[in-house]
Design a protein. Structure first.
Length: 204
């Protein structure tokens, strides 16, 4: 399956505020990033950021230099259009996190809300962890959110994996330590509730 084409079709068929993952504000992510001491000079990459509103919140709070990576050109263009001239302050990468040529040891924080749980193949998860490990600066952190064990087992027509914090920590291996874990309930635009696990993992 061509992942890029698949997600391009998903975004083309939906409006931003009708997508199940839509958040008016990425409040939980912003809280966890603030807890890491993210500031104006921090380098943050939002993996699978698409048209997420996290970038809006980061810019409004002067919380770092932001890179947004996503498979979907449509999603990235939506975000750029929404941000207007401030989009020029963001680095935009259209690509697959498993194959993107990211600079080594460049980011203070790697953020991912709802990409990792789509990686149901172990080799893809290993590739993802290797990419994060390479891209982070020494002592950097991963802020990651996946469906919790009680969450959905499918999303956007695809099977997903579900995690608790300890399971996420094991996926990332001994190079990371689990610094913080939070349970969260996301209410979709249709009113459904989805259980999420958020974890902060520190690169040792």
């Amino acid at each position: 399956m061509d992942s890029s084409a698949y997600w391009e079709r998903i975004y083309e068929r939906s409006s931003p505020m009708s997508s199940s993952w839509y958040q008016p504000e990425a409040s939980r992510s912003l809280e966890l990033l603030a807890g890491l001491g993210v500031g104006p000079t921090s380098n943050i990459i939002d993996v699978g950021g698409g048209d997420s509103t996290l970038v809006d919140g980061l810019i409004a709070r002067a919380m770092g230099r932001v890179t947004v990576l996503d498979l979907s050109r449509t999603a990235l263009q939506r975000a750029r259009t929404r941000l207007g001239s401030t989009s020029e302050d963001v680095s935009w990468i259209e690509g697959d996190v498993l194959r993107a040529d990211l600079p080594s040891h460049s980011y203070d924080v790697w953020h991912d809300r709802a990409v990792f749980h789509f990686l149901t193949d172990r080799e893809d998860r290993l590739r993802y962890v290797a990419a994060a490990t390479s891209a982070l600066k020494p002592g950097g952190a991963v802020v990651i959110a996946t469906f919790a064990l009680e969450g959905p087992d499918h999303c956007s027509g695809l099977q997903v994996a579900r995690y608790d914090p300890e399971m996420l920590a094991r996926e990332f291996g001994d190079a990371f330590s689990l610094a913080r874990a939070v349970r969260d309930v996301h209410r979709t635009p249709s009113g459904a509730e989805q259980q999420f696990t958020y974890a902060v993992l520190r690169l040792l």
